[in-house]
Design a protein around this ligand. Structure first.
Ligand SMILES: Cc1ncc(C[n+]2csc(CCOP(=O)(O)OP(=O)(O)O)c2C)c(N)n1
Length: 337
């Protein structure tokens, strides 16, 4: 089912404070990501860096529909999900810088942000693998008769791999409480969606398993929140998993090294008119929920917070090799010696 204006109430029951908080999170993700790009260019960040610029409304809308006891597992494009979950940006930036104060002690880097205390179980680099981990987590939840939901994020490209079908089958068979969130940003690395998949409406792929699914405008945080809420309630009430497809667009390259030969600047500019942050900001202002001054203040605070994380990371000690052999399996991250 596609979300239409008829099925989407104006603010999905969100209070003005909650709407402003959504904008604040989106603004923070945006500036954090822009800082990451800058720090990568300055060689402060090494390794892979997959930015989330343009997809902010998906993380904020979907994670906003979860309870703190619910679980999140994600892929390598994980910064937005971590920030939407409320992880402090200081250890996140320190992780990217490879510092001891990082969320994984600087040993994981951009693709492996984590905070177990917030049930944020990490980013994973192997496309599709973590969908099966989500099924494992949801099996544990079900066996323990808990009312928790597991939300798992991945891209459109991941839905062509075997793990996707294996995970959907397993989850539906066991009526597991998983919400599969596909962020359809129209590309898998440099391959446009029309070239990489036979069925471009990803949510339709769920029909092979008689699974409930929905497609939503992933540039609209309110519509995304509403759709995620429906999906989460479905999963929590024991009715089984849901595949939620959020259609969005990434403004930056696949990773920081991407020369983007597969699309033109004009293509990207066309999508800029749908920039989720800009559109949401204007909407909140035009509907009297936020004033220009408040919006500017939020933007400024986000900038300060992101810059603060850079300063924190810069002043932190380098990652320490003594941690290399700890935290590999289910051990807590603290050393045993
Ligand atoms: C099993 C596996 N194959 C290939 C890769 C290389 N790879 C990294 S990201 C990616 C594309 C994934 O695209 P998509 O799922 O659409 O997610 P997006 O990057 O657009 O968020 C590929 C092929 C990988 N990491 N793992």
């Amino acid at each position: 089912m596609a979300t239409t204006p008829e099925t989407t109430q104006q603010y999905a029951g969100l209070s003005p404070e909650q709407l402003i908080e959504m904008y604040r999170q989106m603004a923070l993700i945006r500036v954090f990501e822009e800082k990451c790009q800058e720090m990568y260019t300055r060689a402060k960040i090494g390794g892979f860096l997959h930015l989330y610029v343009g997809q902010e409304a998906v993380a904020v809308g979907t994670v906003g529909a979860l309870k703190p006891e619910d679980h999140i597992i994600t892929h390598y494009r994980d910064h937005g999900h971590a920030i939407a979950r409320g992880l402090d940006v200081n250890p996140l930036m320190a992780e990217l810088f490879g510092r001891d104060t990082g969320s994984a002690r600087g040993l994981g880097g951009s693709m492996h942000l984590v905070d177990v205390s917030k049930n944020f179980w990490g980013g994973y680099a192997i496309v599709g693998s973590h969908l099966l981990m989500a099924c494992g987590m949801a099996t544990a939840v079900k066996l323990q008769k808990k009312q928790e939901v597991v939300m798992v994020f991945f891209g459109d490209g991941a839905t062509n791999g075997g793990e996707f079908y294996e995970a959907l089958n397993f989850a539906q068979l066991g009526k597991l409480p998983v919400v599969f969130v596909c962020e359809n940003n129209l590309f898998a690395m440099g391959t446009p969606i029309a070239v990489h998949t036979a069925v471009q409406e990803i949510y339709r792929k769920a029909c092979a398993f008689d699974m409930t699914s929905e497609r939503v405008d992933g540039n609209d945080p309110i519509a995304t929140y509403e759709a995620a809420k429906r999906a989460v309630e479905h999963a929590r009430s024991g009715q089984g998993p849901v595949l939620l497809e959020a259609v969005t667009y990434r403004f930056r390259g696949h990773s920081a090294q991407d020369t983007q030969k597969y699309r033109t600047k004009e293509d990207v500019e066309k999508y800029r008119t749908k920039d989720p942050n800009e559109v949401f900001r204007k909407r909140l202002i035009s509907e009297g929920i936020l004033s220009e001054e408040q919006a500017a203040q939020i933007d400024q605070q986000a900038e300060q917070e992101a810059q603060g994380s850079v300063d924190f990371a810069d002043q932190s000690p380098e990652a320490d090799e003594k941690w290399l052999t700890t935290g590999i399996y289910a051990n807590p991250i603290e050393p045993k010696y």
